[in-house]
Write a protein that binds this ligand. Sequence first.
Ligand code: ZN
Length: 243
Amino acid sequence: MAAGMALKSDKALVLFSGGQDSATCLAWALDRFGEVETIGFDYGQRHRVELEARLAVREAVAARFPAWGAKLGPDRMVDLSGYGALAESALTGGDDASVSETGESGLPKTFVPGRNLVFLTVAGAHAWLRKAGTLVTGVCQTDYSGYPDCRQDTIDAQARALSLGLDVNLPVQTPLMHLTKAETWALAHDLGGDALVDLIVEESHTCYRGTRGARHDWGHGCGACPACELRAKGWTEWREGRA
Ligand code: ZN
């Protein structure tokens, strides 16, 4: 335990992109903490529509779940376009086809090097300023696309670096780390029933191409990129598992 300033143990800061995973994490945090704030990052991503989705999800959660709405504090958007320009990849540049390809590194071209490390560092700084004693992030190593910064080991190392570097105890909670996408839908249902599942389907955004497009059973998106395929596959598995 650090000797410095104490953060509020009942306050969490959620890294909130507006996608299915972070929307589920937002509900998870609202279910457990007395105060919850959100932070998001604009790094020049192709799927910029998610930046609008994040506000829509927050508003819908507050409107449809008043007890959670009472605990939902301010949102903070951070401009990381300089980082995005540095870490150019399929998500921040390139052409539309490259979101499905593998790059020279053997990782998907959608890998933005160090993304979660940068996000957690900036979120840690904001948590310190806001006295939020827990960070919550939706990273997941089960269905993940091979991103090394989504692994539990990476997150644990980063949490330790933040606690040391900020001289506070700042755990990083990863409620989705070992869940499949189907289990993430199930978690949303456990937390908020059909109302929360419907909200996530309608308002959250996952598609890498930034397409809202057609409304599928599992939500909006192009239906063909890796992110849409994962979301759709998880939805189908969850629905079939329930039937
Ligand atoms: Zn898509």
